[in-house]
Design a protein around this ligand. Structure first.
Ligand code: GLY
Length: 387
């Protein structure tokens, strides 16, 4: 990742205009709009981007209860003909049956080339509706309206879409970029504190992987990010920095042939614990990322890449916001070291006896290590489980 893209003071508190971040991909370049109330511009933006387009909103039943009437009204005010389709909430909807139902709903609503799909929801909805958009009529344009912190800073940006296979997460999908992302930070007000906190792990991840000044800023300002509200723009600024960082990575490496892999910091360890907990409420994805980021820095310290004080700093910050940072923090226990290694090997192919991990030489200095010895990882995990 290149030098910091941190800009944390470009809008005074009280400014109503959203922050705009562009994802530069030549003729597929698109804007991310970030701000309280940004959703109000959805209809006008669609009319500018795709005049005359019909739309279908794909959402889940929980998000529909909170936000669908608002979105419907905004589209109606702009004279846009819209239908909607809501699926059951949760990761379970990223399956073949729900994907089929979403594709059929889009076809039944007579959404054609030139029309638009709108993904209104968290990461599950963005991935599912995005993949249906990539497939129906060999590719429809779509707009992301992310309603979780995790989706606003990560999954709605960059074009990764897909569903889960019986053999693993996100194994069936496509790269399909949205034409617009609207991250309305007021929509985060309806998240539970636990969901917001879990999303914050992905916010901290951007500092840890490539933006040390941003991590230092988060250490001093995280309470304002959590508080949100109109009085401070800390939340909007934090989301904008994450989106700027992600936009930079995606525009340089859309298909993850190199640098984009850094966005997986904390995910290899994290996925093993998430799978060990059965992808249940016991350990949310962002909580697993928090544990995984801490372990990635502690493993880096064990290999002499960073000092113990750096790993301690990472743990201290994530723990201070209430995120899990020790294997003992996972309620209900975790698998033993052998089982964790099986789960890691399922997630990441072992190539010539070596594993690939995202490790770090410092805060903001992550790198891809292709030559990690599985025995060293097993020994490290066994120590963590025993401590
Ligand atoms: N969430 C990781 C990526 O978009 O590449």
């Amino acid at each position: 990742m290149t030098a910091s893209t941190t800009v944390l003071a470009d809008k005074p508190a009280g400014t109503a205009a959203p922050i705009t971040v562009a994802v530069a991909l030549a003729e597929r370049t698109y804007d991310i709009l970030i701000g309280r109330g940004a959703i109000a511009s959805l209809g006008a933006r669609i009319k500018t981007l795709r005049p005359g387009a019909k739309t279908i909103v794909i959402t889940d039943e929980n998000v529909a209860r909170h936000h669908l009437a608002t979105v419907d009204a905004i589209l109606a005010d702009s004279g846009i003909v819209n239908t909607s389709f809501a699926v059951a909430p949760g990761e379970g909807s990223k399956n073949y049956a729900t994907y089929e139902a979403v594709c059929e709903a889009i076809i039944a609503a007579r959404i054609e080339r030139g029309d638009l799909v709108i993904a209104l929801g968290g990461g599950v909805i963005g991935d599912l509706a995005g993949f249906a958009s990539a497939s129906v009529r060999r590719g429809l344009d779509f707009v992301q309206v992310p309603t979780s912190l995790l989706a606003q800073v990560d999954s709605s940006v960059g074009g990764k879409t897909g569903i889960n296979s019986r053999q693993g997460k996100n194994l069936v999908g496509a790269f399909h970029q949205p034409i617009l992302v609207i991250a309305d930070t007021a929509m985060l007000d309806t998240l539970s504190p636990r969901e917001f906190r879990a999303g914050y792990a992905e916010v901290a991840k951007y500092g840890l992987l490539g933006d040390a000044p941003f991590f230092a800023w988060l250490e001093n300002n995280w309470q304002d990010v959590f508080a949100g509200g109109a009085a401070s723009l800390a939340r909007e600024q934090a989301i904008a920095v994450c989106c700027r960082n992600k936009a930079g990575v995606v525009s340089r490496d859309e298909r993850e042939t190199g640098e984009r892999a850094l966005l997986n910091l904390g995910h290899t360890f994290g996925h093993a614990f998430e799978a060990g907990a059965g992808y249940s409420q016991r350990l949310l994805h962002g909580e697993a990322v928090s544990l995984g980021c801490t372990l990635a820095f502690e493993f880096s310290a064990r290999k002499g890449l960073v000092g113990d004080n750096t790993a301690g700093r990472v743990r201290a910050h994530l723990a201070s916001v209430g995120l899990p940072t020790r294997v003992q923090d996972v309620p209900g226990g975790v698998p033993d070291a052998d089982r964790l290694m099986e789960l890691i090997a399922q997630d990441k192919k072992v190539k010539r006896g070596k594993l690939t991990f995202i490790l770090a030489r410092g805060v903001g200095e992550a790198f891809v290590a292709n030559d990690v010895d599985p025995a060293e990882v097993r020994g490290f995990l066994a120590e963590k489980l025993a401590s």
